[in-house]
Design a protein around this ligand. Structure first.
Ligand SMILES: Cc1cc2nc3c(=O)[nH]c(=O)nc-3n(C[C@H](O)[C@H](O)[C@H](O)COP(=O)(O)OP(=O)(O)OC[C@H]3O[C@@H](n4cnc5c(N)ncnc54)[C@H](O)[C@@H]3O)c2cc1C
Length: 335
């Protein structure tokens, strides 16, 4: 009898016993991969202290099995300790696929463990599917975002991938589902003295409307320029929306921080309306906004690729267009 294929794993991210939304998004995708021959079943792996109560929620979210490692040494995320435990679990259970979040924590953990296991890891995937040979196809933007590349890892296992929050839709909870809970010990940490120790976790609540919750997103790119950038901020405020940006606008320091970046290495947004100014439309950016309701773009170049994903396009100079648009909106509001 042949060996049973390995499972599709999702490494669940949690802070203080609160699971990250992305873990549920990944569980949904993991179920799809398992159903298409990617693995025998969908499993969630959770490490921490006081996380046992999450098993039920993870089963309702799509896990057939939940591996739980509860230990006081795992209370706060520390790369060394978490990586040791995850490596131990993977070697013991030999999953076929391991999915992590492309958050700071997931990116670091997946890279450490993949290197130790000498297996492949595709980071910031924008899609995942199983090909006709049963291998995981990991889709990532490549060559400056102009194309989407398929990455395969045929020669080693597990196949590891990280995905940003918001790329996949979170499935509906199904409280009728049943699953198996497997408790594991963190014995691999016995006698291990970590050179790193997390002292405490400070959670900073965002002071502005988060991009992913806004119904209107105004986004700015390289074409806007430093002088016209304040108009974008005013426009986002007038429309009660949030302000996003492309990588160059962030690197120039026009945008306020990494939290505003939209795209492959930033956030994925699905607002009712997305209005982009001076954005060319590389895949790196488009993967983060293409599922928005109405997409409007303003660009001086009629051939800009962004117009291919736009419902409405305006060929205009954003620097001139923005103040005029603001004036009209304020007029309309009677200001
Ligand atoms: C690994 C990797 C990950 C990346 N991740 C991301 C990501 O998450 N998000 C992201 O955005 N980028 C990302 N990038 C960068 C990405 O490849 C592009 O370089 C970037 O999206 C381009 O930004 P842009 O459209 O603002 O600038 P450009 O590509 O330079 O386009 C500027 C556009 O503005 C137009 N324009 C110029 N002047 C005006 C004007 N006065 N009025 C109106 N239009 C004007 C031009 O016609 C042009 O279309 C990543 C790159 C790599 C390598």
């Amino acid at each position: 009898m042949g060996e049973q294929p390995g499972e599709v794993w999702v490494v669940v991210e949690q802070t203080g016993g609160r699971p990250a939304e992305v873990s549920f998004e990944l569980l949904g995708k993991a179920r799809e991969l398992a159903a298409h021959g990617g693995g025998s079943r969908t499993s969630a792996v959770i490490m921490g202290s006081g996380v046992g109560h999450l098993a039920e929620e993870l089963v309702a979210g799509g896990a057939d099995r939940v591996y739980i490692v509860e230990d006081h040494r795992l209370e706060n995320y520390v790369n060394n300790t978490y990586a040791l435990v995850l490596e131990y679990l993977i070697k013991k259970y030999r999953p076929e696929i391991v999915l992590c979040s492309s958050s700071f924590q997931g990116s670091e953990l997946s890279a450490t463990v993949a290197a130790r296991l000498e297996t492949g890891l595709a980071a910031h995937c924008v899609d995942l599917y199983i090909n006709s040979r049963g291998d995981l196809v990991q889709v990532v933007p490549a060559f400056g975002g102009m194309v989407l590349g398929d990455i395969l890892c045929p020669g080693s296992r597990p196949q590891m991938a990280s995905v940003k929050p918001g790329v996949f839709q979170k499935p509906e909870r199904d409280t009728g589902r049943t699953g198996v809970v497997i408790k594991e010990e963190a014995a691999v940490l016995n006698g291990y003295i970590s050179p790193l120790r997390a002292v405490r976790t400070i959670r900073r609540e965002p002071s502005e409307l988060p991009l992913e919750k806004a119904e209107t997103v105004v986004a700015g790119g390289w074409g806007v320029g430093a002088e016209a950038w304040p108009y974008l901020e005013q426009l986002a405020a007038e429309l009660s929306g949030a302000l996003g940006c492309t990588r160059p606008a962030l690197d120039e320091g026009w945008a306020k921080g990494e939290h505003a970046l939209i795209g492959a290495s930033g956030k994925t947004v699905r607002p009712r309306a997305y209005i982009g100014f001076g954005i060319s439309g590389t895949t790196h950016h488009v993967v983060g906004m293409k599922d928005s309701g109405i997409i409007i773009n303003i660009n001086t170049d009629p051939g800009a690729p962004v117009f291919q994903v736009s419902d409405y396009g305006v060929v205009a100079d954003a620097k001139k267009f923005l103040p005029l648009l603001l004036e009209k909106i304020r007029e309309h509001k009677g200001k």
